[in-house]
Design a protein around this ligand. Structure first.
Ligand code: NAP
Ligand code: GLV
Ligand code: GLV
Length: 327
């Protein structure tokens, strides 16, 4: 008999078709995420669960699904899943690292340039009929990325891919990460720095750490005060790494010049958010990995992890390998 699996959203066919071929698959086919109750109800008897980063997967949910053997996340970040509770219940958790690195680094650069050169603001200016003088000597002046200092917080896969692109912009590269990256220092002439030095010296600061207990609120008002008043802050990691209220204050009072955000404290952003009142922030709806090819590869990888695990093998992208200890 085929194992039952529950898929919390219509992921691309490259993965969904494989999952449907292998398993008795129940697929949530609405755009709105299923509530926890809906997942629990729909996934009864399921051995596998395919999740999105917007699905909170906690101990209560796991206890309500006793047949569960694997949670296959369709994303690299997995802060929505209580990993310890999964491991305690011998549930394997997998993610989709690597294949989305370059796509997310490209998007990070789109935000760096958009925020530095005020691109969306300029587009609004044109569309709004404000472009009345042919070439204004001081119209919409931005900041140069070329030749400036880039500060990378979290020199992992995406942070490194962002750094590679910075070489073409002749930037000085500073990084703050848990461990030293000697190869990257040699190859890209990057310098390891304390968080404070990075914040004080960078013209553009970009965040690439995962959301953990250590990184939650890592950038608060004190850190924003350390930054240059001309600096740009970019975040394509997870919203709660930044204290969003402090950021709103910093952007509104000129503590920093601008921000480019793909991720937020709450997604989608509540309509009453003060972010909407600020011209100097570029906001995207969490589209870091959103290219046709990358989303297809993520779906394939997610399916491969699910299939391997339910065939009794160790999946290629296991997040909690300790689950297999002391068997
Ligand atoms: P990764 O390769 O694991 O890189 C994360 C880096 O953060 C690691 O190099 C790690 O340092 C560093 N780090 C972790 N905790 C730290 C701390 N407390 N202080 C300083 N550095 C710390 O992950 P990745 O593939 O680059 O992805 C990074 C994150 O981006 C994901 O977790 C996800 O949340 C987010 N993401 C967002 C999108 C999007 O659509 N916007 C797309 C993909 C990923 P060491 O190497 O020194 O240990
Ligand atoms: C997207 O945010 C991811 O973590 O893959
Ligand atoms: C601008 O278009 C210039 O020619 O400098």
């Amino acid at each position: 008999m085929k194992e039952r699996v529950f898929v919390t959203r219509m992921i691309p066919d490259e993965g969904l078709n494989r999952i449907r071929a292998e398993f008795d698959a129940i697929v949530w086919n609405k755009d709105e995420p299923p509530s926890k109750e809906k997942i629990i109800k729909g996934a009864q008897g399921c051995a596998g669960l395919v999740t999105l980063l917007s699905d909170p997967i906690d101990a209560e949910l796991m206890d309500a699904l006793p047949a569960l053997k694997i949670i296959a996340q369709y994303a690299v970040g997995y802060d929505n899943i209580d990993i310890k509770s999964a491991t305690d219940r011998r549930i394997v958790v997998t993610n989709t690292p690597g294949i989305l690195t370059e796509t997310t680094a490209d998007l990070t650069w789109a935000l760096i340039l958009s925020a530095s050169r005020r691109i969306p603001e300029a587009d609004r200016y044109v569309r709004g009929g404000d472009w009345k003088v042919a070439w204004g000597p001081k119209t919409l002046l931005g900041r140069d990325a070329f030749g400036s200092t880039l500060g990378i917080i979290g020199m992992g896969r995406i942070g490194t891919a962002v750094a590679h692109r910075a070489v073409g912009f002749s930037m000085r590269i500073l990084y703050y990460s848990k461990s030293r990256k000697e190869e990257i220092e040699k190859e890209l002439n990057a310098e390891r720095a304390s968080l404070e030095t990075l914040l004080r010296e960078s013209d553009i600061v970009t965040i690439h750490v995962p959301l953990t207990d250590d990184t939650r609120g890592m950038i608060g008002i004190n850190e924003l005060r350390m930054m240059k008043r001309s600096a740009i802050l970019v975040n394509t990691s997870r919203g709660p790494v930044i204290d969003e209220d402090a950021l709103i204050q910093a952007l509104g009072s000129g503590l920093i010049a601008g921000a480019g955000l793909d991720v937020f404290r709450k997604e989608p952003i509540p309509s009453e958010s003060a972010l909407f009142e600020l011209e100097n922030v570029v906001m995207l709806p969490h589209i870091g990995s959103a290219s046709v090819d990358t989303r297809a590869k993520m779906a394939e990888m997610c399916a491969a992890n699910l299939i391997a695990t339910l065939q009794g093998n160790t999946p290629p992208n296991i997040v909690n390998p300790e689950v297999n200890e002391n068997e």
